[in-house]
Design a protein around this ligand. Structure first.
Ligand code: FER
Length: 305
C-alpha cells in the first residue's frame, strides 16, 4: 500500500516536473506538429503595425562599418560549465562610453549563432545605427539552452522535454550569471531602463516569461513568434498595474501564416484586457527568419528612447 502510494507520488511528481520544466506542456513531436498545425483565426486588429522595412535592410551595405561580433564566455553556476554568447559591439565601440544592452534569444534548434548567421541581426543593426535610426547598443546573443551539453541537438532530438527544459533553466543562468558577467566585461549601462530582452519562438517565450517576471531587470521586452513555452496570460501578468507602470516597451509580433500565432494572440488579448500598452505587429510570414529580421528592425528603433 505504502509502496503503491509512493510510486503514484513519484509518477505524479515526474509528470508535474516534466510539464513545469517548459512552462506549459510536455514537448513531443506529435504535440509540436499539432501546435504548428492549429487553425489560424485572424481578428480585425491582427495587422501590420509598421510598413515593411526597405529592401536590403538586412544586407551589408557599402559604406556602413560592420560591428565587431565576438565570442564571450562566462562561468555558469546553473550548468557548472563555461557557456558562450555572441556579443555585438557597435561600430566605434569605446570603453570610454557606456551602452544599453539588448539580450536576444534564439529558437528551439538554435544557439548563440542563430541571430547572427541565420537572421543577420548584425547587418540589420549596423544599417539602423549608421542611419541614426537606432541608438548604438551592445547586443548579447546567448545560448539559451542551459544544459551541460548545450549544443543544438540533432533534428530528431530538437522537440524533446530534455531540450525544452534547458530553455526554462536559462532564466537563472541569465539573471545570476550572464548579465553580471556582461556588466563586468563590457562598458554597459547596467540598469533596467537600459536593458532589453527579446527573442524568437522558443526565445520569444523565454523573453516574455523572464522579462515580465523581472521588470526590475528589464524595462524593454519583445516576443517574436513566441512558442508554446510562453506562460498562460494569468501567470505572465500576475500584477498588471506593475507591468503598466514599469514597462517602457512591450513588443509582440507574429506572422499570419504561423500556426503558433494563437500563443501571441492570447498574450495580446490579455494585454488589451488589462490595458497594458504594447506593440502588436502581425506580418504576412510563417514561422520564418524574414519575420524575425523585420521585427528586429522595428523593435531596435524603439529601444532605449
Ligand atoms: C512547440 C512548438 C514549437 C513547442 C516549441 C516550439 C514548447 C518552438 C519552436 C521554435 O523555437 O522555433 O509545441 O513547445
Amino acid at each position: 500500500m505504502q509502496h503503491t502510494r509512493t510510486l503514484a507520488a513519484i509518477a505524479l511528481l515526474a509528470l508535474a516536473t516534466a510539464s513545469l520544466a517548459q512552462g506549459v506542456e510536455t514537448v513531443t513531436p506529435d504535440r509540436v506538429r499539432a501546435n504548428f498545425g492549429r487553425p489560424i483565426t485572424l481578428a480585425a486588429d491582427d495587422i501590420r503595425a509598421f510598413p515593411a522595412p526597405p529592401a536590403g535592410f538586412a544586407d551589408a551595405r557599402p559604406g556602413v562599418t560592420a560591428a565587431r561580433v565576438e565570442e564571450f564566455s562566462y562561468a555558469s553556476g546553473v550548468t557548472g560549465t563555461r557557456r558562450l554568447a555572441s556579443v555585438y559591439l557597435p561600430a566605434g565601440y569605446s570603453a570610454e562610453r557606456h551602452y544599453p544592452v539588448l539580450y536576444l534569444l534564439h529558437g528551439i534548434g538554435g544557439n548563440q549563432d542563430e541571430w547572427r548567421g541565420y537572421v543577420r541581426a548584425p547587418q540589420v543593426l549596423d544599417n539602423l545605427i549608421a542611419d541614426g535610426k537606432a541608438l548604438p547598443m551592445i547586443v548579447v546573443m546567448p545560448n539559451g539552452r542551459a544544459l551541460p551539453d548545450d549544443r543544438s541537438p540533432p533534428a530528431d532530438r530538437v522537440f524533446t522535454p530534455e531540450n525544452a527544459a534547458g530553455f526554462a533553466k536559462f532564466e537563472r543562468d541569465l539573471l545570476e550569471f550572464l548579465i553580471p558577467a556582461v556588466d563586468a566585461r563590457y562598458s554597459t549601462l547596467a540598469d533596467r531602463q537600459r536593458r532589453a530582452l527579446a527573442g524568437l519562438s522558443m526565445g520569444g517565450g523565454q523573453a516574455l516569461n523572464f522579462g515580465l517576471a523581472h521588470l526590475d531587470t528589464f524595462a524593454w521586452v519583445g516576443g517574436f513568434s513566441s512558442a508554446p513555452n510562453t506562460l498562460p496570460a494569468a501567470e505572465l501578468l500576475p500584477d498588471p498595474a506593475a507591468a503598466r507602470r514599469q514597462l517602457a516597451l512591450l513588443y509582440l509580433s507574429c506572422g499570419n501564416k504561423d500556426g503558433l500565432i494563437n500563443i501571441s494572440q492570447a498574450v495580446h488579448r490579455a494585454l488589451k484586457d488589462h490595458e497594458i500598452p504594447h506593440v502588436w505587429n502581425v506580418d504576412d510570414y510563417g514561422h520564418d527568419r524574414d519575420s524575425w529580421a523585420e521585427n528586429l528592425f522595428h523593435f531596435a528603433q524603439r529601444l532605449f528612447r
